[in-house]
Design a protein. Structure first.
Length: 183
């Protein structure tokens, strides 16, 4: 990590060894990557990352931050919420990161886009977040047990739902492995 790179999610630091053992030819999708802090962390640890976001300026800034990097990175400007498209259809990744983003109609495609045995790292706000700040729109907030419920048939390696004081937030996080032999 360089001085200009923001700190990645704690979850990534904790599960980096597992990601190193899981990521092969299909790379990591940093879905709705925003500033790219999590994907940047992985790219700087020599993992191939696809940075995907709707904002071309954000993708350009990430690209500029990674000019010194030898590992494989790609940039994908995409609107995951476009009701006329299914951008993940037909794509496969070894791991998918989703942080601070929720678009419920995308969940089946996220599940299908992860290769058999791949890893999902998902962390976002829960409904209780509205009691202390933003986001407060229920469309962007998980209900109790919702994240865990979507992946109940997967091997759950980490599961948390609750409050953190640093930074102050209510959130759920999940690390799960897609069952071997799954499509």
């Amino acid at each position: 990590m360089t001085k200009t790179d923001p700190r990645p999610a704690k979850l990534l630091e904790e599960f980096l060894p597992l990601l190193n053992n899981t990521v092969k030819d299909n790379g990591v999708l940093d879905l709705a990557c925003g500033s790219g802090r999590n994907g940047i962390f992985l790219a700087r640890h020599n993992l191939p990352v696809v940075f995907a976001d709707i904002n071309p300026a954000a993708l350009k800034k990430i690209s500029e931050l990674l000019t010194d990097l030898d590992s494989a990175v790609q940039f994908w400007q995409v609107d995951f919420e476009d009701p006329q498209s299914r951008p993940l259809a037909g794509k496969k990744f070894d791991a998918i990161l989703v942080f601070n983003y929720l678009h419920r109609p995308l969940i089946p495609d996220i599940k299908n886009s992860l290769r058999s045995g791949g890893l999902l790292l998902y962390e976002t706000f829960t409904a209780e977040q509205a009691t202390i700040g933003r986001p407060s729109n229920p469309d962007y907030l998980l209900n109790a047990g919702e994240l865990r419920g979507w992946f109940k048939d997967w091997t759950v390696l980490h599961d948390f739902e609750g409050y953190d004081h640093e930074p102050q937030r209510f959130y759920a996080s999940l690390v799960a492995r897609k069952p071997a032999g799954s499509i």
